[in-house]
Design a protein around this ligand. Sequence first.
Ligand code: FCB
Length: 462
Amino acid sequence: MTPIALPPGFLFGAATSAYQIEGGWDADGKGLSIWDHFTRLPGRIHRGHTGDTAADTYRDFRGDVDIMRRLGLDAYRFSIAWPRVMPEGRGRVNEKGLDYYERLVDALLEAGIAPFVTLFHWDLPLALHRDLGGFAHRDGAQHFADYAEVVARRLGDRVGHWITLNEPWVHATFGHIAGNHAPGRRNPWAYLRAVHHQLLGHGLAAARLRALFPAARVGISLNLTQFYPMSDTEADRAAADMADQLVNRLFLDPLFRGRYPDALWGKLRVFHPKIHPGDMDVIAHSLDFLGVNYYTRTRVRHHRLVPLFHLWPDSLPAAASNGRGVPGVEYSRMGWEVYPAGLFELLFRLKQEYGNPTIYITENGAAFDDAPPVDGHVHDDARRAYLEQHLAVTAAAARVGVDVRGYFVWSLIDNFEWTHGYDRRFGIVYVDFATQQRTIKESGYWYADLIRRHKAELSGRE
Ligand code: FCB
């Protein structure tokens, strides 16, 4: 493989999220989140797993900061649990929750690691959901902005990069229509409201952060994927285009162009949320950077029985991880096709079609079956190869002028993978959930080496 040459100043990081790692679900005055509730419902999560203890970082994060230092990471993306800071989601502030994140930020800075703070990674305060339906209610946007301000007042003098929302598409779609994520709703009317109010909340929060700290860089992390028609027929191409509108452009277009994509929006007329005058101005041009979460591509075919959209993503059977993939194609343990070229195409397309935005890859990585450590080693070649290929493609994108400034591996440590519980390991660091012992995997050592070589190369050039 050719050496991976990333631009000077490129940030190498790793990412996690609060519910997936922290545990401490009721510690020090934390309120309940919709995930605390959802994971207790029978049959929703693999083997009834919950995030009650997770990777236990609420009790102790120092060991992980130390690991990050040893790996040589430049940046760490983590999320703040809203109900830890505001137990009811609005009003009362729990100072102890803020204290925790302040200690974490200070420890990172001391280790020379830049904090990238995500404000909402799906763990909405349960009270906000119960009282008003969370983001399905317009007031959800306002409460989110108030919460962002509370956090910024405490941490804004030390945090340079903010990610308002993580994958609002997933929260809206899985949480409000598919029902397989918290809050578990299956209501098509709640769906587009959750989309619009998350975007509005993002825009309002971005303005508050900047008003307090003009130098703050504010972004959003979107789950983006490239859609490819299964065949070169007109019908399949139309299906791929509709899927692109439904997943990618539903968020990209309002953020960069100030409007929802026309064809899709037309189809969804009966479900339209109320858009108030000025909303689209709050949302549009609100980004200093775009966070790209990329894992796989999706192939799509026309399907006449699927209402409204007439499309079917071909990755679904493989997603069940039943081993029935296309021969010759590699899949991760999630059943997702390993397709690094899709990341290049996505990055290049963002440059061409959305005005060359500043991009951080805020998530990329893969779950594979890792055997527990033997003599302190976890051999995860497949993950190492996955990271290597995607970083190589990122470097290639930078060479053709994509303004990509950093990359965050998902994930720093093995964690609670939503409906799959602890049955999917994404970490470059292995976690033994019984003892909370950490072991850096081979992929982690490989990443550390890449970072070291990158820095040596730069200092050699000086
Ligand atoms: C993303 C989520 C993240 C993790 C990865 C595998 O959709 O943002 O929390 O679950 O997928």
